[in-house]
Design a protein around this ligand. Structure first.
Ligand code: XCC
Length: 635
């Protein structure tokens, strides 16, 4: 194997085992897809109606219009915003499940769930302007759930989503209101995209892109509510020390991986794993049950329970290739259908749990909030049974893991800062940004993508920015990349942070009772938790009385892949952030769309996309964007 597929040492260690076992991995399939379709790469293939498929000739020699007359600009814009709608649907469906669960808890119908963080629930109620006097906790929960669900179904869409208005700076809300892009109803915004991109409807690329922005902002709403309500139900994360990478899968344990995105089931799997631990020991697993995470369900349980993270998106198949994974339990999103074939080479149970996410060849244990405990128990028992079938000759354990600190919710960051200044927690952060000890903040988000070397750009960009005293936050598979690489540790701060950043992280870490600096990169959670970073930025913006597009804050998605990443990137730009993409987006077939998203949108929202596939250059451009913002603020 000459070509480098991944920067992850455990992946490098495991790929030869995959080959030996006859397992086809994502990288094998990626190779088989080469060369990938040039029309699709440029976004100029239209499959919306059955007059087509139609393709525009990018060299200007063949057709310049589809059968209906749509040109490259319309086709590219339509394709892009349909992707945004897909991402918004995925996130908000997750959020809706959480809100409906909160409603069931308030009606005392969801056995196995409770409100673990009453203070968070009450602060959400305050944020939404819901009265609490004379209401018990369950009544408050019911009111919060109803008000949240209203954001999905509001009849009068001219009224803004509550979670939009109540979580962003006033100036930002007004700016977006003037553009006519504030969502009033999440489901409506998704449906609107599907309607306006139907054959023979919206053919104005700029109007289409504005529709995409509105839908992406609905995505922001769905994510913000999913995060906050999950905190109320499962607890708001606080800093926790754990481990990451495939070496967390243990020989002497029943290993259960929870994979996907929604914490509703995985939380109960963790509870039931603890309850049924003795059964696993009786079955011969002397270390009992070992729950590990993959992708964002992994991030959810890592943030709240310190469950170790086995791996991120691109290497999910390799968790099975260890031969010691007894069950892979999946909920929704980013689950490779190939897992069914991989598990056939081993003893692993692949268990699907959601009616909207089944995989042929997997065992389906249907999950519902009423029967969640029962389903979780059944799943853990299936894992114990599978353990008994494990074939020692097929075990290829990895010895590679790194320490990782997770659990940096907005509240946890504020709590750490309070240790420095209890009366004005944001002041130490702000002062250090103003005096230049911290040049700015970069939020790393997004996926893995086999178009680039797994995890490489994340870690390379972060090392550059650390040396330049940039404070870094991370979510999703980006956070997974950093955790696996050992960059979410105080030791990484010592090794890579510039002098002034190191001094600030050390002062905060020591004041907060860690006997050393904060980790180099703060793990803020799963993809839906990107809104935690917006909450920090909004608090800073409100404190100094500026809009978000004035702050020295940028976003970076070096390996973006999913439709959800398209939605997140678009709302980041809409909220005013310079947003880096390390993978070339499928829009270059339209010069107009490319120009609008990289330049024109600046005049509308203050944010913009830029594409840079080379990590050093990307870091330099992120830093440049931060310095421009600093100059704008006169600091
Ligand atoms: Fe999926 Fe969230 Fe992307 Fe990872 S980061 S590949 S969306 S698991 Ni959100």
């Amino acid at each position: 194997m000459n070509k480098e597929f991944s920067a992850d040492q455990a992946v490098k260690q495991m790929l030869p085992f995959a080959k030996k076992a006859g397992v086809e991995t994502v990288w094998d399939r990626f190779e088989k897809q080469q060369p990938q379709c040039g029309f699709g790469t440029l976004g100029i293939c239209c499959r919306i109606c059955w007059q087509g498929p139609c393709r525009i000739d990018p060299f200007g020699e063949g057709p310049s219009k589809g059968v209906c007359g749509a040109d490259a600009d319309t086709i590219v814009a339509r394709n892009l915003i349909r992707g945004i709608a897909g991402g918004t649907a995925a996130h908000s469906d997750h959020g809706k499940h959480i809100a409906l669960t909160l409603l069931e808890i308030s009606e005392k119908k969801a056995e196995g769930y409770q409100i673990k963080d009453e203070a968070k629930l009450r602060s959400v109620a305050d944020k939404l302007g819901l009265p609490q006097e004379g209401r018990d906790l369950y009544e408050v929960a019911g009111a919060v759930a109803e008000a949240t669900l209203e954001d999905f179904f509001r009849k009068d869409e001219s009224i803004h989503c509550s979670w939009f208005d109540k979580t962003l700076p006033k100036e930002r809300v007004e700016k977006l209101e003037k553009l006519g892009v504030v969502p009033g109803n999440i489901n409506g915004s998704i449906a609107e995209i599907m309607a306006r991109t139907h054959i023979g409807t919206d053919a104005d690329p700029v109007n289409l892109l504005l529709g995409g922005i509105k839908c992406a902002l609905a995505d922001y709403v769905g994510m913000a509510l999913a995060t906050d309500l999950s905190d109320a139900i499962f607890g708001t994360p606080t800093p926790v020390k754990t481990r990451a990478n495939l070496g967390v899968i243990k020989e002497a344990a029943v290993n259960i991986a929870v994979h996907g995105h929604n914490p509703l089931l995985s939380e109960l799997v963790c509870d039931l794993a603890a309850e049924l631990n003795e059964e696993a020991i009786k079955a011969g697993a002397k270390d009992g049950i070992n729950v590990v995470g993959v992708c964002c369900t992994g991030n959810e349980v890592m943030m709240r329970r310190g469950i170790p993270l086995a791996t991120n998106f691109l290497s999910q198949e390799l968790a099975v290739v260890t031969g010691a994974l007894d069950a892979m339990v999946v909920d929704v999103q980013c689950i490779m259908p190939s897992l069914a074939a991989v598990k056939d080479c081993f003893h692993t149970e692949l268990i699907t749990t959601m009616p909207t996410c089944k995989i042929s060849g997997a065992t389906h244990v249907e999950f519902s909030t009423e029967t969640a405990k029962e389903s979780a128990g059944k799943i853990v028992k299936l894992a114990i049974e599978a353990y008994k079938r494990r074939n020692p000759a097929k075990v290829n354990l990895s010895d590679i893991t790194q320490t990782a600190y997770a659990g940096f919710s907005t509240e946890a960051i504020v709590a750490a800062l309070s240790a420095v200044d209890p009366n004005d927690p944001l002041k130490p952060l702000l002062d250090n940004i103003v005096n230049g000890n911290i040049r700015g903040v970069v939020l790393f988000a997004g996926c893995n993508n086999p178009n680039v070397v797994q995890d490489h750009a994340f870690t390379a960009i972060a090392r550059e920015l650390a040396a330049k005293n940039v404070l870094m936050l991370a979510t999703g598979c980006g956070a997974g990349a950093f955790a696996k690489a050992g960059l979410m540790t105080p030791e990484a701060t010592e090794a890579y942070a510039g002098d002034t950043l190191k001094a600030v992280l050390t002062a905060i870490g020591e004041a907060a009772g860690l006997s050393g600096p904060l980790p180099l990169i703060l793990h803020m959670g799963s993809c839906v938790d990107n809104t935690r970073a917006v909450a920090v930025a909004t608090a800073l913006a409100n404190k100094i009385g500026v809009d978000l597009d004035k702050l020295p804050v940028a976003a970076s998605a070096p390996e973006c892949m999913s439709e959800k990443a398209m939605a997140i990137g678009t709302w980041a730009v809409s909220l005013g952030l310079p947003t880096h993409l390390g993978v070339v987006p499928q829009i270059l077939g339209s010069e107009l769309v490319t120009k609008v998203l990289t330049e024109g949108v600046k005049d509308l929202t203050g944010g913009y996309f830029f594409v840079e596939t080379e990590p050093k250059a990307a870091a330099a451009k992120l830093l440049g964007a931060i310095e421009t913002r600093r100059a704008g603020l006169g600091i």
